[in-house]
Write a protein that binds this ligand. Structure first.
Ligand SMILES: *Cc1c(COP(=O)(O)O)cnc(C)c1O
Ligand SMILES: [Zn+2]
Length: 413
């Protein structure tokens, strides 16, 4: 018996039983939401049990997940999530905000938010007895799948653009994945990975394709609910800033809050603000035009993890903002580099795609979209160590000196 009721298409609304589909809606290719019997869940689960859980990982929410506890105790798969929340006072003052939190998902086992999705997909792979798991990735989703698959002794196959940052490619290889670097962009790697999965019978994790990725990503919403909304007894609507590429993280967050509301544990869903790079702004463009029609762009941004021509989860990503009184914001690569440097001053190291969310907050404050009384949470989706070249562009280089005090004094002037 499946732990979930089935799937519902986000485009046509058609419902499917747990065993009748695997990826997207057979009728229109729409992304599927995993559905539950919330009244049954609410009657079975006492939220206090979750709130007092000593499990410091996403597995504290096993009762609300579509998969069973997969085992693998004592492995990185079991330490995904429950990432730290910071509230840097000097930054808060500088921005003129009364309340600010930064949730650091760079602190996941493979150093990005993607571990949440990959852990759930690997657990699902075990349940459906899929030996080989495959994904297309700009780097982080692949590293997460490779790491989680390694922990669970599954074989991972990763298709990444050959331009992916070296640190991400190194992670894939070190975790023992079969890696194919595609001479093309992410969108082309995506299409190839689906053909390969069909041809060779591999289980495909692709973002905005496999419905279980959003089920993993929703755990961040549960953590924000616990760590901020319940713990701080927050009354005003929280404003969440999140970087958006394919749109699956923001959709997953939205889903998590909708779950909590359906369970009767949350009154008001936070306002969700998606931030895209000006050079990869397909969803923000649609938001700006007030339409749900998302048109492809030719992505060009240094924030590689959100460099996407055609977002694979665009519609749900758009609705995450339009249905929550949020918005979409675009920022340029220059602002993204400045955001890396500013977060660094708080001891927080973000890769470009992750710092994009903070750059979006800065812009939202400047434009008056966010006011001082709005409580704000910014997600840091990936560690700065993922892309060292970009980090170096964000700061002045260090001087190289002779090993003498005189040389030191000379440059200190
Ligand atoms: C994947 C990723 C994103 C964007 O997530 P989407 O689901 O593609 O919108 C943002 N930041 C980082 C670091 C990522 O790896
Ligand atoms: Zn459909």
């Amino acid at each position: 018996m499946a732990k979930f009721s089935g799937y519902k298409c986000s485009v046509c609304g058609k419902e499917y039983t747990p065993d009748s589909v695997t990826y997207t809606c057979p009728d229109d290719g729409g992304n599927l939401d995993v559905t539950y019997d919330y009244s049954l869940l609410a009657s079975r689960i006492n939220p206090d049990e979750i709130l007092s859980s000593s499990d410091a990982s996403i597995w504290r929410y096993t009762a609300l997940l579509p998969v069973d506890d997969p085992g693998y105790d004592g492995t990185p798969l079991k330490s995904v999530g429950w990432t730290p929340i910071y509230s840097p006072q000097s930054l808060m003052k500088e921005l003129g905000l009364e309340l600010l939190w930064i949730k650091d998902d760079g602190r996941n086992p493979t150093a990005s938010f993607k571990d949440r999705a990959s852990a759930i997909v690997v657990a699902r792979a075990k349940e459906i007895e899929a030996e080989v798991v495959v994904t297309a990735s700009t780097g982080n989703a692949g590293a997460a799948l490779a790491g989680m698959a390694a922990a669970a002794a599954h074989q991972a196959v990763i298709f990444a653009p050959k331009t992916a940052p070296p640190a991400k490619i190194a992670q894939l290889l070190v975790f023992g994945a079969k890696v194919y670097l595609v001479d093309g962009n992410y969108d082309q790697a995506f299409d190839l990975s689906i053909k390969a999965a069909e041809t060779f019978g591999w289980y495909c994790r692709n973002t905005g394709f496999n419905p279980f990725t959003a089920e993993g990503k929703k755990t961040a919403a549960y953590e924000i609910w616990e760590q901020v909304m319940v713990k701080q007894n927050l009354k005003k609507p929280l404003c969440i800033f999140i970087s958006v590429g394919d749109g699956n993280i923001i959709s997953g967050l939205h889903k998590g809050f909708k779950d909590l509301q359906a369970l009767g544990w949350l009154e008001k869903i936070p306002r969700i603000f998606g931030v895209q790079s000006v050079g990869s702004a397909a969803i923000a463009n649609a938001f700006g035009k007030g339409t749900e029609e998302i048109l492809s762009v030719q992505a060009d941004t240094l924030a590689d993890s959100i460099s996407v021509d055609m977002p694979r989860d665009g519609l749900r990503a758009l609705r995450a903002a339009t249905h929550t009184d949020g918005a979409y914001i675009t920022v340029g690569d220059e602002s993204i580099l400045l955001a890396i440097a500013r977060l660094g001053k708080e001891g927080i190291f973000a890769e470009p795609a992750a710092a994009t969310a903070f750059a979006g907050l800065q812009k939202a404050i400047e434009s008056g979209l966010i006011t001082p009384i709005d409580p704000v949470l910014v997600m840091n989706t990936g560690s700065g160590l993922k892309d060292v070249k970009a980090a170096q562009k964000a700061v002045q280089p260090a001087p190289i000196i002779e090993p003498t005090l005189r040389a030191l004094e000379a440059v200190m002037k």
